[in-house]
Design a binder for this molecule. Structure first.
Ligand code: C2O
Ligand code: CU
Length: 461
C-alpha cells in the first residue's frame, strides 16, 4: 500500500507505523449519489413530534451482484435524516433488532444525560426504549450513531450512522440553498475496505489506530457522482469515517465558503480553499458552481485523491445568499481565564489515554455545574512514541474555541463546535457549558481510540 505517499494529516509524526494505513483510491464516479430519506414523524401535534428508529441488520447491493452484510436504522444501511425544530418536544421510540447490544447517541445534541445514548444506555437485542427531549439549540447539522463500550467502531463501520438536522426561525429567514437533495446536499464521507465477497468484515481490517478503507462510500454509495446544475449549492459534509481525516478542497483549486461548523452557523460566510475535517466533525459549505468552466469538478483530499466527482450541467441560475448568518459572541473575560479542566490526550494504538488513564465507567473524571461556563484546555501531547491527530469530542454541549496554541482560532473554528481536530502538539482552550444534567462522555473520535479507552466521563449537576 505504500507506493503512494501518506497524507501528513493521516500519518503519525515521529512514530513508527506498524499498522499501515490503507491509501484511499480515487472515487471513479460510476454511481449516482443518493440521499438518505427524511424520516417522517409517527405523529405531530403542535410542538409534539414522535419518531421511531430501529437498528437492524440486512444486506446492501453496494457492488453489482454482491450482497454485502450491513447495519442500518429503519433500513439496511445508514439511517434516515431526522429534521427537528428548535422548541419541539421530541419522543423517539428506539428499538434494537441487531444481534448485539447497541445505544443510540445523538452527536452534538444538547440533551440530558438520560437521553444522550452514551455507553451506559445499552439496549439489548430485541429491546425497546423511549426517550424524550426538547430541542433547545440553534440550527445545525448533527448526527447519530451507536456508542456501546468497546464496540462502537465495528457498528459504525457496518453502517450505523444518520444525520440529524436542527432548524430554527433564524435559518428559515436566511437566504441559503435549502432544498434537500436538490441544492442542499448531505454528504456523509466514509472510507471502507471490502474483503472476500465484497464484505465489510471489521475483524479482518480492524486497526487499533483507526480503521481505514481504500474505497470511498458517500451516503452509502460506492464511487458516487453528484449531478447538478451551474448554481449555488450547499454541501453539508459529515466526516463519518472511523478514523480518516479529510482535507477537503477542489481539484480546480476554486474557493468555497464555509457557513457552518458542527453546532451552527458562523457569524458570516468564510471564504477558503481547503478545510480539514477530523472524524465526527461537520461543516456546511457553499459552492458557486455557476462560475465553473469545466463539466466536472471534484471534491478532493490530500494528494488530490478524488472524494466526490461533481458533474455540472449547462443550466445556469443566479447565485445569492445571506451574508449575516449568526450572532456568536465570545465573552472576552473567558480569554483571560486559566483553565479549570485540562484534558491531555496521549498515545497511539492500544496505548491511548486521557490524562494518563483509560476509560472506567465506574470512575467519574470531572464534574461541572449545569449552566456554568468553564474553560477547558485540550492538549494533544507528543510523547516519545510521537503524536498524531486526535479529534476531541464532548457529549451534550456545543463549545466555543477560545484559542489554539495561544492564538485566535482560524475562521473554521469560530462557530459552535462539539469536536475539535488537534494536530500533535496543539493545545486548545475552549469554553464549555452544559445546559442539562447527567453523565456525559468526552473522547477521541477516532472510534478505535474511543473503544480502546481514550475516553472519560463528566457528571453535570
Ligand atoms: Cu460521535 Cu461519543 O460520539
Ligand atoms: Cu485518538
Amino acid at each position: 500500500a505504500s507506493e503512494h505517499q501518506h497524507s501528513m494529516a493521516n500519518t503519525h509524526q515521529n512514530g513508527s507505523m506498524d499498522h499501515e494505513q490503507l491509501v484511499l483510491k480515487d472515487n471513479k464516479g460510476t454511481n449516482t449519489l443518493i440521499f438518505p430519506a427524511i424520516l417522517k414523524p409517527d405523529s405531530e401535534k403542535g410542538k409534539n413530534v414522535e419518531y421511531s428508529l430501529t437498528a437492524q441488520a440486512g444486506t446492501t447491493e453496494l457492488f453489482n451482484g454482491y450482497e454485502t452484510k450491513t447495519y442500518g436504522y429503519n433500513g439496511n444501511l445508514l439511517g434516515p435524516t431526522l429534521r427537528l425544530k428548535e422548541g419541539q418536544h421530541v419522543t423517539i421510540h428506539l428499538k434494537n433488532d441487531l444481534p448485539e447490544a447497541t445505544t443510540f447517541h445523538w452527536h452534538g445534541l444538547e440533551v440530558s444525560g438520560k437521553a444522550d445514548g452514551g455507553p451506559h444506555a445499552l439496549i439489548e437485542p430485541g429491546e425497546e426504549k423511549t426517550i424524550q427531549f426538547t430541542v433547545t439549540q440553534q440550527a445545525a447539522t448533527l448526527w447519530y450513531h451507536p456508542h456501546p463500550m468497546g464496540n462502537t467502531a465495528q457498528q459504525v463501520y457496518k453502517g450505523l450512522a444518520g444525520l440529524l438536522y436542527i432548524e430554527d426561525d433564524n435559518v428559515e429567514a436566511l437566504n441559503l440553498p435549502n432544498d434537500y437533495g436538490k441544492n442542499d446536499f448531505p454528504i456523509i464521507l466514509q472510507d471502507r475496505a471490502f474483503v472476500e465477497g465484497k464484505q465489510l468484515d471489521y475483524s479482518k481490517v480492524a486497526n487499533s489506530d483507526g480503521t481505514y478503507g481504500d474505497t470511498m462510500m458517500i451516503n452509502g454509495v460506492i464511487n458516487p457522482v453528484l449531478k447538478t446544475d451551474k448554481k449555488l449549492v450547499r454541501l453539508r459534509i459529515l466526516n463519518g469515517s472511523n478514523a480518516r481525516n479529510y482535507n477537503v478542497h477542489f481539484d480546480n483549486d476554486m474557493a468555497f465558503t464555509q457557513i457552518a461548523t458542527d453546532g451552527g452557523f458562523l457569524n458570516k460566510p468564510q471564504k477558503m480553499k481547503e478545510l480539514l475535517l477530523g472524524a465526527g466533525e461537520r461543516a456546511e459549505i457553499l459552492v458557486d458552481l455557476s462560475k465553473v468552466k469545466e463539466k466536472h469538478v471534484s471534491l478532493v483530499n490530500d494528494q488530490n485523491v478524488v472524494l466526490l466527482p461533481i458533474d455540472v450541467s449547462d443550466t445556469k441560475s443566479a447565485v445569492n445568499a445571506s451574508t449575516k448568518l449568526n450572532t456568536i459572541k465570545v465573552d472576552k473575560a473567558l480569554l483571560e481565564q486559566q483553565p479549570t479542566k485540562v484534558v491531555k490526550m496521549e498515545g497511539m494504538r492500544e496505548n491511548v489515554t486521557i490524562n494518563g488513564k483509560k476509560f472506567d465507567e465506574k470512575r467519574v473524571d470531572f464534574t461541572q455545574k449545569k449552566g456554568e461556563t468553564e474553560v477547558w484546555e485540550i492538549d494533544n501531547a507528543i510523547t516519545d512514541e510521537g503524536g498524531m491527530i486526535h479529534p476531541f469530542h464532548i457529549h451534550g454541549t456545543q463549545f466555543l474555541v477560545l484559542s489554539v496554541n495561544g492564538e485566535k482560532p482560524e475562521p473554521s473554528l469560530q462557530g459552535y463546535k462539539d469536536t475539535i481536530t488537534l494536530q500533535p502538539g496543539q493545545k486548545a482552550r475552549i469554553a464549555v457549558k452544559f445546559p442539562y444534567e447527567g453523565m456525559y462522555m468526552f473522547h477521541c473520535h477516532i472510534l478505535e481510540h474511543e473503544d480502546n479507552g481514550m475516553m472519560g466521563q463528566i457528571e453535570v449537576k
